[in-house]
Design a protein around this ligand. Structure first.
Ligand SMILES: O=C(O)c1cc(=O)[nH]c(=O)n1[C@@H]1O[C@H](COP(=O)(O)O)[C@@H](O)[C@H]1O
Length: 237
């Protein structure tokens, strides 16, 4: 294992789900070198966060734009081309075959990695049924992950509850497993329904953990991030 791969910070994306640029800048300053990987989603992204993401990338941070794209092929491909020019490292799309194919075409020749969101970690089997799916989480996530792998997607977003099963059904190690729904023991689950602790996520084969409120909502975010990094380090083989 290389030194770089053994740095637990490589495995933690902090979700900057904050309401303003000022708040995000203050948190990033406070976290300093403790955190190297950031995710920017709807809340901050639509509040000048995309330009901030570009600045973070220029400052050497790894930046994940969580835009969860899903639209007609042309719009997805051209949108991905624009994101690739912003210097972000990761971008999410929903794991529908046409959307994933368009995203892979849009990022061709760039360093941008496309992550496919399978079934949201805030969903359980009842939510899948309500949305019109005939399958369950345990059948839909592998189906979508296989489709993503065949299309050439770089990573899969799922719960860490599913990662071991996905490797067992042949999703190759080159495809990263990026897992939200991470909750340190004793922390509030909020709207997340498929939660896993940081240590169990790593032991189960997650490559990267996405953590928002357990860090952004903590009285001491630096201490919360450090606690999660210690758990990741302790669980890394
Ligand atoms: O694509 C994502 O990042 C994502 C997918 C998913 O299935 N579940 C999920 O929670 N997320 C994101 O991961 C973050 C989780 O935040 P917390 O629940 O606050 O830790 C949020 O920014 C979500 O938008």
């Amino acid at each position: 294992m290389t030194l770089r791969n053994s740095d637990p910070r490589e495995k933690l994306f902090v979700a900057l789900d904050l309401s303003s640029l000022g708040e995000a800048e203050r948190l990033v300053d406070r976290l300093g070198d403790t955190v190297t990987h950031y995710k920017i989603g709807y809340r901050l992204g639509y509040a000048d966060g995309l330009a901030f993401g570009r600045e973070l990338a220029a400052a050497g941070k790894t930046v994940f734009f969580d835009l969860k794209l899903h639209d007609i092929d042309n719009t997805v491909r051209e949108g991905v081309e624009s994101v690739a020019r912003m210097g972000a490292h990761y971008l999410t799309v929903h794991a529908y075959p046409q959307t994933m194919k368009a995203a892979v075409a849009g990022r061709a020749g760039t360093g941008l990695k496309i992550l496919a969101v399978t079934i949201l970690t805030s969903w359980n089997d009842l939510d899948c049924a309500e949305a019109g799916y005939s399958g369950t989480v345990s059948t839909l996530v592998p189906m979508k992950a296989r489709q993503a792998a065949a299309i050439g997607i770089d990573g899969i977003v799922c719960s860490a509850q599913e990662t071991a099963q996905l490797r067992a059904v042949g999703i190759p190690p080159a495809i990263e497993f990026v897992t939200p729904g991470i909750r340190p023991a004793g922390s509030a689950s909020g709207d997340q329904k498929r939660i896993v602790t940081p240590a169990d996520a790593i032991r189960g084969g997650a490559d990267r953990l996405v953590v928002g409120r357990p860090i952004t909502g903590a009285a001491d975010p630096v201490e919360a991030a450090r606690g999660i990094l210690i758990e990741i380090h302790g669980a890394t083989a």
